[in-house]
Write a protein that binds this ligand. Sequence first.
Ligand code: AP5
Length: 215
Amino acid sequence: MKLILLGPPGAGKGTQCKRIVERYGMAHLSSGDILRAERAAGSELGKKAQGYMDRGDLVPDDLIIDMMIAAIKKAPKGYVLDGFPRTVAQAEGLDAALAKAGERIDAIINLQVPDEAILSRMTGRRSCPVCGAVYHVVNLRPRVDNRCDKDNAELVQRKDDTPAVVANRLKTYHEQTAAVIGYYKRANTIVAIDSNKDVDQVTADVFKRLDALDG
Ligand code: AP5
């Protein structure tokens, strides 16, 4: 299965993608995670992306399109795209690459959350630096305070989850990424899911749509 998960920062894309991948077995291709890995490795791409990410601005399209098309090529059995495409130019770049390969996306899911719910989700987010598991200090607590359930590593807070950077990420989303929804709506391929609900309820709603495709 080839999927795209859209939604504003903090909509729960990463959280739901991890559950989708566990159930359906495709690759999870998160542009944010790939960029953070490039930064941690000190690569040229990571160095170029750093300033944009720390401010909450988008990394330039040409860098992102090349990076994500390369990742897609390494996932022939299917994937869920998380955080990409984030501009109409990126969506067009993806469409061109898919057309060249004779492939198509099976479903595009748009996780919807109002802006008011987002700040507390982001500032309360904690992640495992070892396995990437995502928690929340109130909504999705680990079994032991500040320790990952899977590997007991100490949880960390992302640098771009401060209130000022979150505000800029939301502004960037409305100015540049919301148009991607219009792009896919025109092709009638987008499914809206209310993500302002309990995490498990959102997962159940997503699985219901995907089971219909998988069956
Ligand atoms: P990226 O890492 O993609 O960040 P994002 O899209 O802003 O999304 P997040 O990862 O912050 O949120 P999420 O939707 O995955 O939510 P999560 O599941 O963690 O991008 C970071 C930066 O990289 C960008 O700012 C940009 O600079 C650059 N970049 C990346 N892709 C790019 C691209 N394509 N083009 C250009 N630049 C790019 O959940 C958040 C929290 O809420 C968690 O604590 C979770 O436990 C909690 N939560 C989840 N679901 C629920 C729920 N239903 N109810 C209550 N709490 C919930």
